[in-house]
Each structure stands twice: as C-alpha cells, then as structure tokens.
Design a protein around this ligand. Structure first.
Ligand code: FES
Length: 630
C-alpha cells in the first residue's frame, strides 16, 4: 500500500508525500486532525476509514495532493423555490476562486434552503430545522472552515445558530439585496411596498388591473428584499458582529459584480482564518460582539424579527447565553438613535444604503457607542478594523446614514414593553409607527381569538370597532400557530380603512415582517396558547393601556378577575379533553404528534428566549418551556 502512494508521481511533486505515506502506516495513528483526515466515519479502524473516504472522493477526480490541503466547506442554499438565493451558484464559483487562490480546497455541500413565501406554515417553523441541518453537516463533514451562504430572512439566523453550536471557523456570505422596482415612476421595494399597495387595494384606492401590474414590479431581480426587512437587518447585524467585510459585505446588491468580489474575498478569508488563533465562533464572538450587534439593530431601525433571532443566536453561545436578554435590547435602544433612512422606518432602499457607504459608514458613525475591543473575522479588533478602513464620503452619505446629532429618530427604534399582559416582555418597532399618538394610548380591545376568527370578522360592517380600539390577535405565538406567523400586522378593518384610518394600535403574540410598518406590539410572552397567559384571557371591551415612555402594557383588570378567567379557561380546556389525567386536549395532541411538527411543538421555547428548541440552546433542554401550554 505504501508503494501505491509513493508511485503517485503528481502527489510526490505537489503534495505532502510524507503525510500521504503515513496515511498507510498502520503502526501510527492518523497524523492529522484537519481536512480530509478529520472527523473520520466510524468503522472501528481509522486507517480503513480514511482509505475508504479517499476511495470515494477520488471518484470525483481529486488527487492525493489536492486532498492534503485544508478543506473549506461552502454551504449551498440554492433552491428553485428561493429567488432570494438565485445567485448562489455564481457565489459558489467566486468563493472557490478565493479558496483555491489561497491554497485551500473548496468543497460545496447543500443544506435546506428556506424562502419566506414558499414555506408552510411559516419559514420560522423551519428555522430551527435549518439550524440543526447546518450544525450537524458542519460537524459531520471534514471541513476546516465553512463559508455559509445565506440571505433570505431565516437562513442567516439559522446558519449563525448552527455555526456557533458546531463551533468550527465560519464566514457568513450574504446573497445580497435585490434592486428596487418602479411603479409609474415611483421606486418600490419588496416588501414594504407589497404591503402598502395591498392596503390601498383593500381600501379600494387601487383597482385590480393596477394591483396586477404592481405585482410584476415589486421584485425586479433576484436577491433579498430591498428594504430594511429581516434579511437586510440580519445582514447588517452579521457585520455588526464582526463577521463581514464592512464596505460591501452586508449591502452589495445580489446582481452586482461587487457581490461576486465579496464572495471571492470570503473564500480567501476562510483560508486565512485557519492561520489565526481562536477563530471558532465561540472564541471569536464575545458579549461585546453581541452588544455591538444590538446597537446596529437599533441604529438601522431593524426588523423586530431580528430580536427573536439574536436571542436565539446568543443563547447558542455557552459564555454569552443568559447574559443578554430583552431588557438589554431596550437599554441599548435608549442610548442609540435611528440613523439609517430606509423603508419601512424611512424612505430609501438597500441599494441607496450601499451607495452611501453601507455598514462602513454606519460603523464609523456609531463608533462612540460601540465596543471597539470586540474581535472581527480579520483578527483585528473592531477599532483596528475601522482605523484601517477609513470612510471619507460623509458629505454624500449623510442623506442616508445620519449623524449622531441629526438622527432620523432620537432613540429606541425598538422598544421592549412589560406589564401584566406580557410579564416576559413584548416588542414594538416604535420608529415604524404611522401615528405617533398611539404610542401613548388607552383603548378598548377588539379581540380575535385566532387568524380564522379574524379572517371571518375583520371586514364585517358589524364589527364593533373604532379607530381608537386596540386590535388583538391571539393564537399566533410559537406554539399556538406553529412557526409564529408574521400575522401581527393585523389589517385595518375595511370600514375604517375606507374612512382613511391608516394605523391603529395592534397587539399579538405573533411576529411581523421586517418590511412592515404601523403601531404594532408583537411577541407577547408568554403567548396566549399558554394556559397561564394573561394575554390569553383578554376579552373584547377590556381596556388596555400602552405607555411607551414607561415601557408598559397593561390590561386594566383586577388581579382577582384575571385569576378567575385563567382558572375558568383551564377548566374548559381540561373538560374538553376528558382524558389523560386532566391534561388539556391540545397538550395531549402535541405530545402525541409525530415528526418534525411534534418535535417543534414540544420543544420550542418562547419569543423572549428566541423560539429555539430548548435542547439546542447552550443551556440545554427544558429552559423556558411551560408545561401548561395548550
Ligand atoms: Fe427573502 Fe424577503 S422574501 S428576503
């Protein structure tokens, strides 16, 4: 066998012939823990495992020499159901070019791909599945570092969650935003304008013919939604974490040559990371990295979804989990102005942000508020990275990236509320409110028990609602409607919309698209499906007070009445089941359900913890899960 290796003349010429020979030296252990020789499949004989691995990979034409290089995995999330990832094949080629030019061996492999509009019941339902897929494929395969290509809303969070848990060096690569479209000369961006045009259609201001032609224009190219939605937010946050090149990494459009150069550089960076110490994500990322990411989230007026995702990502990190919670988001918000003028909080698109200097301009502007000692992918601290990548074009940039002294919104773009109705917290993007009077508001609840109830009654002329009412939608929390749908943007009842009412205070235990706007309170925790939830017993006609200044959300009901309603609700649920030692019917269903849906419903934790599966968090199973969910 040793002769076979020695007879391979190209290996001797180019590769590490000693190491190749040692692969067949049965008297010695395999002498490397990297590249092809790492993570061997278990057959009880390590040399045979390596021999077999080489047999199969040589079927693809690789030489021993190539196989002695460090292996850079490239996660391929191309799918014909995912237009936000339509450029992934070109990105993979560019990453490969960068890896090969740096002396690595690029090997791409697939994981699942999730697109918002093609995932039922929701893409959020599948985020944890993608995180598991990502983690286990990174862990299982012989890769020394990994370039993770993601873009659409849930893909980047899933990859960061999985990458941190797998704890091999990772370089995220964002697919990039789409270009804006144009409707009768007006620039439009998915999906803020998808929603605004649909609202006009519902109100009768746009006819069928026009809405059909708008449909053709809202997503004119591949790439992620072109406003500050969840995808763009997560891209900017990833740069804030120190994992992306600042000038173009988060913002270069999907269809540009700049995006391909970002990809090539990601390949080079992945190889370079192998020569730097402590670049595994659990070493590279610290509490300060995450505080910087939250500062970025507040400064960009980012998506409320990113709060859930960041909490899930943070809770994957053994040293940071539990040190940052919803209160931290609010504390940072109070010190951080909204600086980036993008839809839905402002007026512009991601391409404008990129042209204005993107994250490089923003990070220089935010410098006084950032933890400059946080490390970055380049082995520089954030402070060193900013020192070595100056930004000089602020004269133009300030139209989009405001200064700290001239913000778009003075502070607290995202606020966290607490109160008897949400003891574990709720989130609101205050900067996206279209009627700021509603930020301090007392009104009477108009309750929909679930989405079916809402669909049936919201447009009824008999609905008992005024513009001062507070619309409540229950049962769209993590368990109540698996995947916590983005139904929190409760539509304005048609009869009010036709009177010109454009915004109302709306409250739910669900999520809202990052591209949407309005005065909307989300992520009520615990959700209404929890039988102890106060939100679950709100009735039409109850008064609710929202006070953004005090950060409170209160159901004006005596505690005695609240306790009585909760007890009655539990009794009803148990009565319904009639079996299983008094367990509620829904509890029994959930615990008997097979497959991923069963796993999801049993294991997902609440929004204030990130909606991860308890057993995937750094703390392990059981944290934050209520036995009494319906
Ligand atoms: Fe993919 Fe918006 S649908 S980013």
């Amino acid at each position: 066998m040793a002769n076979m290796a020695n007879n391979n003349s190209s290996s001797q010429a180019n590769g590490d012939s000693n190491q190749i020979a040692q692969d067949y030296d049965l008297s010695q252990p395999i002498n490397s823990t990297s590249g092809l020789r790492s993570g061997l499949t278990s057959y009880g004989d390590a040399h045979f495992s390596l021999f077999l691995r080489k047999v199969f990979i040589k079927a693809l034409g690789y030489s021993d020499s190539a196989l002695s290089s460090p292996i850079i995995g490239i996660i391929n999330t191309y799918s014909s159901f995912n237009p936000c990832h339509s450029n992934v094949p070109q990105l993979i080629e560019s990453v490969k070019r960068g890896v090969l030019a740096s002396g690595g061996l690029p090997v791409d492999f697939p994981t699942i791909s999730i697109h918002e509009s093609f995932s039922s019941p929701t893409s959020m339902y599948l985020r944890n599945l993608m995180a598991m897929d990502t983690e286990e494929m990174i862990r299982a395969q012989p890769v020394d570092a990994v370039v993770m290509i993601g873009g659409c809303d849930k893909t980047v969070p899933a990859q960061l969650m999985g990458g941190i848990s797998a704890n091999k060096p990772v370089i995220p690569l964002i697919t990039g935003p789409m270009m804006p479209g144009s409707v009768e000369g007006v620039r439009v961006g998915a999906c803020t304008d998808c929603r605004s045009y649909w609202a006009k259609f519902r109100a009768g201001d746009v006819d069928v013919e026009d809405i059909m032609s708008v449909n053709e224009e809202l997503a004119p190219t591949g790439g992620t939604c072109g406003v500050m939605g969840t995808a763009s937010t997560m891209a900017c946050i990833t740069a804030g974490l120190g994992l992306l090149e600042l000038r173009a990494g988060a913002t270069a459009a999907a269809v540009t040559s700049s995006r391909l150069r970002v990809a090539e550089q990601a390949g080079r960076n992945a190889v370079a990371m192998l020569k730097i110490e402590n670049t595994k994500p659990q070493e590279l990322l610290t509490r300060e990295s995450f505080l910087n990411a939250i500062t970025v989230l507040q400064a960009i007026g980012g998506s409320t979804n990113a709060v859930v995702h960041l909490l899930a990502i943070i809770n994957r990190h053994p040293q940071v989990a539990g040190t940052i919670d919803l209160k931290t988001f609010d504390e940072i918000g109070r010190k951080t102005p909204l600086l980036v003028d993008l839809k839905p909080s402002g007026d512009n698109c991601m391409t404008d942000f990129h042209n204005a200097g993107g994250m490089l301009a923003l990070m220089h502007t935010l410098r006084p508020l950032l933890h400059l000692n946080a490390r970055t992918y380049s082995d520089q601290t954030l402070g060193e990275l900013l020192d070595t990548t100056p930004f000089k074009s602020f004269a133009y940039s300030r139209q989009i990236v405001r200064s700290l002294h001239d913000p778009l919104y003075p502070q607290s773009s995202l606020v966290v509320l607490y109160g008897n109705i949400c003891p574990d917290g709720a989130v609101m993007k205050a900067s996206a409110s279209k009627n700021r009077k509603l930020l301090q508001h007392r009104g009477s609840a108009c309750v929909f028990e679930n989405t079916a109830d809402m669909a049936k009654r919201i447009d009824s002329p008999d609905l008992d609602v005024t513009e001062n009412s507070i619309l409540i939608l229950k049962s769209i929390g993590p368990v109540g409607n698996p995947g916590m749908p983005e139904a929190g943007l409760i539509p304005i009842p048609q009869k009010l919309g036709r009177q010109g009412v454009g915004d109302m205070l709306r409250i739910s235990d669900g999520r809202m698209s990052g591209t949407a706007g309005g005065t909307i309170i989300l992520h009520i925790s615990p959700e209404s499906a929890d039988l102890d939830s106060v939100f679950g017993i709100v009735q039409t006609g109850d008064n609710i007070v929202c006070d953004i200044e005090k950060r409170t959300l209160t159901l004006e009901l005596e505690q005695e009445e609240i306790s009585k309603r909760i007890a009655e609700r539990k009794q009803r649920a148990q009565h319904l089941s009639g079996k299983g030692e008094g367990r509620p019917e829904q509890w029994l269903e959930r615990h008997g359900r097979r497959g991923y849906r069963g796993l999801y419903e049993r294991e997902v934790n609440q929004a204030h913890l990130g909606c991860d599966f308890g057993f995937l968090t750094a703390q392990g199973p059981g944290v934050g899960q209520s036995e009494d969910r319906q």
